[in-house]
Design a binder for this molecule. Structure first.
Ligand SMILES: *[C@@H]1O[C@H](CO)[C@@H](O)[C@H](O)[C@H]1NC(C)=O
Ligand SMILES: *[C@@H]1O[C@H](CO)[C@@H](O)[C@H](O)[C@H]1NC(C)=O
Ligand SMILES: *[C@@H]1O[C@H](CO)[C@@H](O)[C@H](O)[C@H]1NC(C)=O
Ligand SMILES: *[C@@H]1O[C@H](CO)[C@@H](O)[C@H](O)[C@H]1NC(C)=O
Ligand SMILES: *[C@@H]1O[C@H](CO)[C@@H](O)[C@H](O)[C@H]1NC(C)=O
Length: 223
């Protein structure tokens, strides 16, 4: 094996020296032969063409893939649909049921469709999930908006014996948060780009009046 390989390499090197010999011979013959000159011209044109194609490719990428924008989620309104509570002062317990109607819209600012996966809207109390509702996967067309009416309910029994919750209800204002995250993909050329949009709103609910203050929402996006 070793012998064979060494012999082949020697023939290779011999071929190389022949090549270089031929090359130097042709160089010494000036002016250049027309065939060789054509080859050189073709080579130049090919290089030029490749550069143009690369330039166009980068331009297209710059105008499309790197121009991908995140969908924009907006909370249009939050309203109390139902609110019932009863205080059990003797046992420091509160039975509290609330159902919120959350109206959101998601705008896809891209020139292509946005496909989102199954998502969830959460209702949170001091960082803990106390209610959730699914948002089924779907698609939003290019430069289109879609609105969703989400019904968030508090799973009341979770906070039944919570003293913090109890004192919040007594104080007249209970602060909840809704957290909605919608993630998906935007497809451009052969690229599938992950985009996500999420929002959290602080909801100050006044149980005695069955209403809430204007929600304070924070919107975030990331690539
Ligand atoms: C809250 O809802 C539960 C179950 O849906 C019900 O049993 C309970 O009576 C409700 N509490 C109030 C205060 O309406
Ligand atoms: C999304 O949710 C629907 C309905 O709940 C379900 O049928 C489907 O399998 C889910 N898709 C994924 C990818 O989990
Ligand atoms: C959501 O509710 C609002 C007002 O309650 C209504 O105008 C809108 O059409 C509803 N949207 C959907 C998608 O059901
Ligand atoms: C009440 O809820 C808060 C927030 O969810 C939690 O930090 C606290 O530990 C709970 N207290 C009790 C007694 O369960
Ligand atoms: C809630 O309702 C009460 C009584 O109707 C009212 O005085 C209060 O301004 C309302 N609060 C908000 C934030 O709408």
């Amino acid at each position: 094996m070793e012998v064979e390989s060494s012999s082949s390499s020697s023939t290779e090197s011999r071929g190389q020296t022949e090549d270089t010999l031929m090359w130097s011979r042709s160089r010494s013959q000036s002016p250049l032969q027309p065939g060789r000159r054509n080859k050189r011209r073709i080579c130049l044109w090919a290089t030029f063409l490749v550069m143009i194609i690369l330039g166009l490719l980068f331009l297209i990428l710059g105008l499309t893939v790197f121009k991908v924008k995140h969908p924009v989620m907006i909370v249009n309104s939050v309203a109390v649909r139902d609110l019932d509570f009863s205080l059990d002062i003797a046992r420091v317990r509160v039975v509290f049921n609330v159902t919120l109607d959350v109206h959101i819209s998601i705008k896809n600012p891209n020139m292509v469709g946005f496909k989102y996966t199954n998502s969830t809207a959460f209702l949170r109390y001091r960082g803990n999930d106390v209610g959730q509702v699914p948002i089924n996967a779907g698609r939003i067309g290019a430069r289109h908006s879609r609105s969703f009416n989400i019904t968030l309910s508090l799973m009341g029994d979770r906070l039944l014996a919570n003293s913090t919750f109890y004192s919040d209800v007594i104080s007249g204002t209970v602060t909840f948060q809704n957290y909605i995250r919608v993630a998906g993909k935007v497809r451009i050329l052969f690229f599938s780009i992950h985009v996500v949009s999420y929002t959290t709103c602080d909801l100050d609910i006044h149980p005695a009046y069955r209403n809430l203050s204007d929600p304070k929402c924070h919107y975030k996006t990331k690539l």
